[in-house]
Design a protein around this ligand. Sequence first.
Ligand SMILES: [Zn+2]
Length: 463
Amino acid sequence: MNFDTLIKNGIVVTATDTYPADIGISKGKIVAVGQALPAETATKTFDAQGNFVFPGGIDVHTHLDMPFGGTKSADDFESGTTAAAFGGTTTLIDFAIQYKGQTLRTALDTWWKKADGKAVIDYGFHCIVTDLPDARLEEMKSLVHEGITSFKLFMAYPGVFMVEDGLIFKAMLKASETNSLICMHAENGSAIDVIVQRALAEGKTAPKYHALTRPTTAEAEATGRAIALAEMAGAPVYIVHLSCNEALEKVREARDRGLPTYAETCPQYLYLSLENFDVPGFEGAKYVFTPPLREKWHQEKLWNGLAADHLQVVSTDHCPFCYKEQKELGKDDFTKIPNGGPGIEHRLSLVYTGGVQTKRFSVNRFVELVATAPAKLFGLYPRKGTIAVGSDADLVIFDPNREAVISAKTHHMRVDYSMFEGIRVKGMPRQVFSRGQLVIDNNKFVGRVGQGEFLKRQSYNSP
Ligand SMILES: [Zn+2]
């Protein structure tokens, strides 16, 4: 058997196994996993001695080139996917937004154009649904046929993205019928709006009030309501960017009852807290995203939730806005600060450092959280998310001992600050392959712009 590429002497890690093996790649696929595969038959050989080999990371929550509040997120599909690749992520699922009055198809066409010819790794789309007359409900089925097998709804941002419970319920019934997955932004937007207006009336306009006007109870209430609606509809539900223990308790209770309830959290909720707002002037704006940062004690609860499978996925909710000119739009009013933070590049290193190095969970659980479970939930498994014969050769040679300090000075995201500035990570990618093509080699980009392909996803599967 001839290989285009052979990765030798690595420790192969999947969600279930850890073992030394060589990996043979041909035409973008893994064609052999075994002991002492013959190097003379390979065009290129990489020695992974002393390193792990992981399936490429899958980030199911990103917002590239996304309009928000009169500006747009700072990374497009070229810079965003490049930064993702530097961090060991080889697949992402971004959100195509249907605006009021539009068809779902219009949303998809718009985002296809944004990504076309730019992505350096493979990508799929969820569809954000904001307007749901009956005709649009029917259209959900045709999107599923196009490989858009998940839909995101908002219980927050009234007047912009929020949909009311009846429509959420109808969408869930349709999701159940079409075997697709509803992703939910769970915060009680109506109550939050009242709290926000009261704060503004009291002259509380600084960035930290974005966080202080969005209580954990608002997230927990909406999480519980989303789960109840899904239970009545006989549909699964996936809670996005879960940030606090109260919401986590709702998910845990539902899962204990055997409901198909799933949730993700993000590195910012694992590493940052309200204390990050103790910075001079307007700098707290760097940490304005939704849901907001919480008191520090929630972090340990979330790490435990990841270890115990109460949470199934770590995604980033990457939605970068520069501090200069973009975040500054809200200088006098926190409600005008574009919501979002940059995180696409450092997910694997942060979760590895905080999860595996600290022995909170195994390296297998790490792989499950950043690759395998997202692949299963979002219809990409086993093409993506594991190391097996027949799977895409999306692979990361990962050096568990390589250390770095995260900084905006060295990151590859097109944004002028880092949420994780100064945090030391141990465990970083050395080489990253996308369908067998070397994309990152020792912290150098060697991939090709436009190499990334749109992924037509299958229906969701329980991880
Ligand atoms: Zn988001």
